[in-house]
Design a protein around this ligand. Structure first.
Ligand SMILES: Nc1ccn([C@@H]2O[C@H](COP(=O)(O)OP(=O)(O)OP(=O)(O)O)[C@@H](O)[C@H]2O)c(=O)n1
Ligand SMILES: C[C@](O)(CO)[C@H](O)COP(=O)(O)O
Length: 379
């Protein structure tokens, strides 16, 4: 079987995007841009290996961005994109190469299929799109239009037989072509086109980034989770509820700080993302959680959701007890929960009820809380 290597070039500086960290290492909906690009190609059944070219000194950023993705040893690129591609070509095995920009996070699998099929009868194949706007020459003043029917937008991945592309780069000398299809044509090799895809859009400016985020959000699905918790009164107060301290003659018993509100909301969030329950993440048998402030449990659940590229839309919690009265503390609890979750205050609801002196809460033996959380997660 022919080896098909996807070579992802990620050694650029992202100047047009701006920001301190180069764009390829920045999280787009919870996952680094580079990881999006790698995952799209790693999951393709016809691609046998994915390798990544990074800038010198970017190993730590790259490793963090890639996590456990299997991309072999990182390759160090150069000043121009062409230098990075050359470095990559020198490091990979013979066969077919798909040179791809890390700045293009979404690669539909059909594009890869079209490229590999086309390569059976050509030296190279590239995805292209038609130009929809009028094309003109000029700067502050127009100096004539160009026939847009003869123009194409060239995207990546671009597919080649590795030995052809190595030969073409040798022929190209020291110039800095903007893509491989130009290098191949310069060397007299035949490059054919296949249909590209708008999803392959390169994220070059901050506006491109915003659009990509909006596109991902539009593809998310809404999920809800519920949580329920009870702690018994035992010993002297105060009571910790929703991350605040409430004066009360009795306190609640528990391995941690016994905060029923934060525990119920934590479980609701974990439930919405099907991530198990609070006891799995923070076992009561583990001494490190003894007396722990429960905000760390909630922060952990929120971090897990955001690491999946999720968005927390809303949480709603009902406290069930005769006393202490929740009303006077409602606003403070709401503000604290919103602060812990990094949400606007109107996305957090805190309610309370009694059970009309019935049952264990009615007998003032303990406090219960139930919560619901609504999140959006990538489909
Ligand atoms: N010396 C370089 C320059 C660019 N690239 C990569 O080539 C792709 C396309 O380049 P572009 O999106 O324009 O990225 P940057 O060069 O990073 O952006 P800018 O030109 O705005 O600095 C990117 O994945 C980029 O990381 C590279 O590997 N090595
Ligand atoms: C390779 C490329 O993405 C094809 O469209 C493009 O040429 C990269 O150009 P840039 O100048 O590095 O943005």
């Amino acid at each position: 079987m022919t080896q098909v290597t996807a070579l992802i070039v990620a050694a650029g500086s992202g100047t047009r995007m701006g920001g301190e960290t180069p764009k390829q290492y920045r999280p787009l909906a919870g996952k680094a841009l580079l990881a999006h690009a790698c995952e799209a190609l790693l999951s393709h059944p016809r691609i046998t290996a994915v390798r990544v070219v990074i800038g010198g000194g970017q190993e730590e950023l790259a490793r963090k961005a890639l996590g456990s993705l299997d991309v072999g040893e990182l390759i160090i690129g150069g000043r121009e994109r062409a230098d990075s591609v050359r470095a990559g070509l020198a490091a990979i095995d013979d066969g077919i190469v798909l040179v791809h920009d890390a700045a293009r996070p979404f690669c539909p699998p059909e594009v890869v299929d079209r490229l590999l099929d086309a390569l059976e009868s050509a030296d190279g194949a590239v995805p292209v799109l038609a130009v929809a706007d009028t094309l003109a020459k000029g700067d502050r003043e127009l100096r004539g239009t160009v026939n847009r029917n003869q123009m194409l937008r060239v995207q990546t991945p671009q597919a080649f037989h590795i030995e052809d592309l190595r030969f073409a780069y040798d022929e190209a000398g020291s110039g800095a072509p903007t893509d491989e299809s130009s290098v191949m044509q310069h060397a007299g090799l035949k490059v054919v086109t296949v249909a590209g895809d708008e999803d392959l859009h390169k994220l070059t400016t901050a506006r491109d980034w915003e659009r990509a985020e909006m596109m991902l959000q539009a593809r998310m699905i809404s999920r809800s989770g519920t949580g329920f918790d009870v702690h018994a009164f035992d010993g002297p107060g105060p009571v910790i509820m929703g991350g605040i301290t409430i004066d009360h003659p009795q306190g609640l018993a528990g391995h941690s700080d016994a905060d029923v509100v934060l525990h119920a909301i934590t479980d609701a969030l974990l439930g919405a993302a099907a991530l198990g329950d609070i006891g799995q993440h923070f076992p009561p048998s583990d001494p490190q959680w003894k007396g722990a402030a429960s905000d760390r449990f909630l922060i952990h659940a929120a971090d897990l959701i955001r690491a999946k590229g999720g968005i927390i839309d809303h949480v709603d919690c009902t406290v069930i007890c005769e006393a202490p009265k929740v009303g006077p503390h409602r606003a403070a609890i709401q503000a604290r929960v919103a602060e812990i979750l990094g949400l606007a205050i109107e996305r957090v609801s805190i309610k309370a009820t009694t059970t009309e002196q019935l049952g264990f809460t009615g007998r003032r033996e303990g406090i219960a809380a139930q919560a619901i959380a609504t999140v959006r997660l990538p489909d």
